[in-house]
Design a protein around this ligand. Structure first.
Ligand code: GLU
Length: 301
């Protein structure tokens, strides 16, 4: 009985998370291309002080790291290969401000645990994917922003009644992504939880739906995206229990790029693009836009 139900749920889940549907139709409640803002490409922009920018200029396009399985934030359509979501819009805004046509961006999916290495190795020019700014990471990479403030939350099955906050996780199986701040927080502050890690949150969600784990923990932005896709199967519970300011990851030594990104974010927040991008992506999951936090132009070290 349970196996049958599980399989049915899984089939729905895989379809929903993959964002599939009829060919050419947008994923259910997913970002709609016709509602997305068009960003003005800065025609004469030059940033010779940035090694990353110069390399991209000679290559002819930007290479941007992102997530591909986070509904409304960073999601890749398996049929078209196209990326969409709020983080993707932020990446496009930055591209236009740096003088590159956003249509030319080459997106690369990079998991939470591999972001710093990807930036250090020059595999990507910048990274936009629910990436929390913190002091540990600042030793390895630079951060433009923040451009959004999320908070850690919990996703459980719709019929779960005993989990309402992280203090209820004792002896329960909880899943998060390796290398993420939510994983580290449960490990440090809630050691009685039975914590497991996978590369991505979508694997955690599959494990939740098949009763392998009892909760998934990460940022509320990501969790409400999954819950919005399968509202009968899953729910976000409790209040956010951390602050996760999202930054745009850049190579650590490239202060010129970091500060150009800070300027561009501020401009796009003022001119309404940020809000329009939010409304056409993450806003569709039912989340109200928290106002963008102030940009932190920290000094070069
Ligand atoms: N914002 C958290 C982090 O940067 C969790 C989301 C993620 O893994 O991307 O670790």
């Amino acid at each position: 009985m349970r196996t049958k139900r599980t399989l049915a749920v899984l089939a729905v889940c895989v379809a929903a998370l993959a964002g599939c549907g009829k060919e050419g139709s947008p994923p259910t409640k997913g970002p709609r291309a016709d509602q997305l803002p068009v960003y003005r490409i800065a025609a004469d922009f030059r940033l010779p002080a940035s090694g990353t920018w110069k390399k991209a200029k000679s290559r002819g396009h930007l290479v941007v790291g992102a997530k591909e399985d986070q509904p409304y934030m960073g999601e890749k359509d398996p049929a078209t290969g196209r990326y969409s979501g709020f983080d993707i819009e932020i990446a496009k805004m930055m591209s236009a401000a740096l003088g590159f046509d956003p249509k030319g961006i080459e997106f690369k999916t990079i998991a939470s645990a591999n972001r710093e290495t990807a930036l250090q190795n020059g595999q990507i020019d910048y990274y936009v994917g629910t990436y929390t700014i913190n002091d540990n990471r600042k030793k390895l990479v630079g951060f433009g922003g923040p451009y959004y403030l999320a908070g850690q939350g919990l996703l459980v099955r719709a019929d779960e009644e005993d989990i309402d906050g992280p203090e209820d996780l004792d002896g329960r199986r909880v899943c998060s992504a390796a290398g993420s701040t939510p994983y580290q927080r449960i490990e440090a502050d809630y050691p009685k939880a039975d914590l497991v890690a996978y590369d991505t949150y979508s694997i955690c969600v599959d494990n939740l739906l098949t009763y392998q784990v009892d909760a998934v923990t990460t940022d509320d932005t990501i969790l409400s995206g999954y819950a919005a896709k399968l509202p009968d199967e899953m729910k976000v519970v409790g209040k956010p229990f951390s602050k996760e300011p999202y930054g745009i990851g850049v190579p650590r030594s490239d202060d010129a790029l970091r500060l150009a990104i800070d300027d561009a974010l501020e401009r796009h927040e003022k001119n309404g693009d940020w809000q329009k991008a939010y409304d056409a992506t993450l806003g569709l999951s039912g989340r109200r836009a928290a106002p963008a936090p102030p940009i932190d132009r920290y000094p070069a070290s």
